[in-house]
Design a protein around this ligand. Structure first.
Ligand code: UT7
Length: 324
């Protein structure tokens, strides 16, 4: 008997305010046409003043609990992936615990920027398969609008705010890739690429929260290569190949990266979940948001084989193969 961490609930939340590309034309030397053609983004959501990452995460958590038919205290642990916490500490996970009324268990944050959800899911899976926790809520929640330099047209048009959540439960599996649940993961980072994507402030350096800085084009070229190879690595760890994949659920940074990666993997775009046009790049929230939307659209179904892949600041990148 093999213990598997099986997805039993999913949900998401997007802030009310929708910002179309045309809004940036009023303040920046940019066009809707440039943003659409270079990134695939048409609109994004921005959190309201006073609306924090833990608030977005708590809404997504509540939606996931509802989809699983569970109460907050049925959850043993919360793992939150975020790079935009409400405060330096305590963790966003403990703030969400309090907001949803969970009075037991434990919570902590994971920070791997846009790859954060892959790292959080891998950690949550380890908690489940090692017997530390029976049910784990994994949340990606971000308010990247708070770290934008609104004068930098090369970055501020690309990011958005939102949150998504999954609930994993320990279930008995046969040990084959026919089992539902997390089947494998592949994690990587390389600090030599630090300057490609970073925030120019922090607690122990400037004492400010800083603004996002990105070398978009060099990162683009790294992304397609590394995303295709990490997805292949995750699949090959369990002797699967790209032909077994029902859905690629990619990090939603740029439609051209998504298309380039799918092409390298030999998976047609009809089998890729795409939300970048509506959400922009929501960093660690983008994969659980895409999973939740993919389920709501009737695309992702029980038993489907998914591969989720992401890359971001660090650089940090990785992939998870799971059967829904
Ligand atoms: O989530 C973490 C991972 N993030 C990513 O993977 C993002 C990776 N990078 C990208 O998505 C793309 O590189 C971008 C969308 C950021 C940029 O697309 P690109 O095709 O790589 O364009 P570029 O950076 O080479 O810029 C082309 C031109 C430049 O002008 P010049 O130097 O050719 O005169 C830019 O200044 O486009 C200009 N430009 C803009 N023009 C209008 C940059 N931003 C804008 C803008 N509007 N908003």
């Amino acid at each position: 008997m093999t213990t598997r961490a099986v997805v039993i609930g999913v949900g998401h939340y997007l802030p009310e305010r929708v910002v179309p590309n045309s809004e940036f034309e009023q303040t920046l030397d940019t066009t809707d046409e440039w943003i659409r053609s270079r990134s695939g983004i048409e609109r994004r959501h921005f959190a309201a003043e006073g609306e924090t990452t833990s608030m977005l995460g708590a809404h997504a958590a509540t939606a996931a609990l509802k989809s699983a038919g569970l109460a907050p205290d049925d959850i043993d642990a919360i793992v939150v992936a975020t790079s935009t916490p409400d405060l330096t500490f305590p963790s966003v996970a403990t703030m969400i615990q309090e907001k949803i009324g969970m009075t037991r268990g434990f919570g902590f944050d994971v920070q791997a920027v846009c790859a954060g959800f892959i790292y959080a899911l891998t950690n949550a899976n380890a908690l489940v398969v090692s017997g530390q926790a029976k049910r784990v809520m994994v949340i990606g929640a971000e308010t990247f609008s708070r770290i934008m330099d609104w004068t930098d047209r090369a970055t501020c048009v690309l990011f958005g705010d939102g949150a998504g959540a999954l609930i994993l439960e320990a279930q008995a599996g046969s040990g084959t890739t026919q089992d539902r649940g997390v089947l494998s993961s592949d994690l990587n980072s390389d600090g030599r690429y630090r300057d490609m994507l970073y925030v120019d402030g922090g607690v122990s350096s400037t004492g400010t929260s800083g603004k996002l800085r990105m070398q978009g084009n060099p990162l683009f070229r790294q992304a397609v290569e590394k995303l295709a190879s990490t997805a292949t690595a995750a699949l090959s760890k369990v002797d699967l190949d790209d032909s077994a994949v029902d859905w690629i659920v990619p990090h939603q940074a740029n439609i051209r990266i998504i298309q380039g990666t799918a092409k390298k993997l030999g998976v047609p775009m009809e089998r890729v979940i795409v939300t970048v046009q509506d959400h922009g790049n929501t960093s660690a929230a983008s994969i659980p948001l895409a999973m939740s939307v993919g389920v709501a659209q009737g695309k992702i179904k029980k038993g489907d084989l998914l591969v989720a892949e992401a890359i971001g600041g660090g650089l940090a990148w990785g992939a998870v193969a799971l059967r829904w």
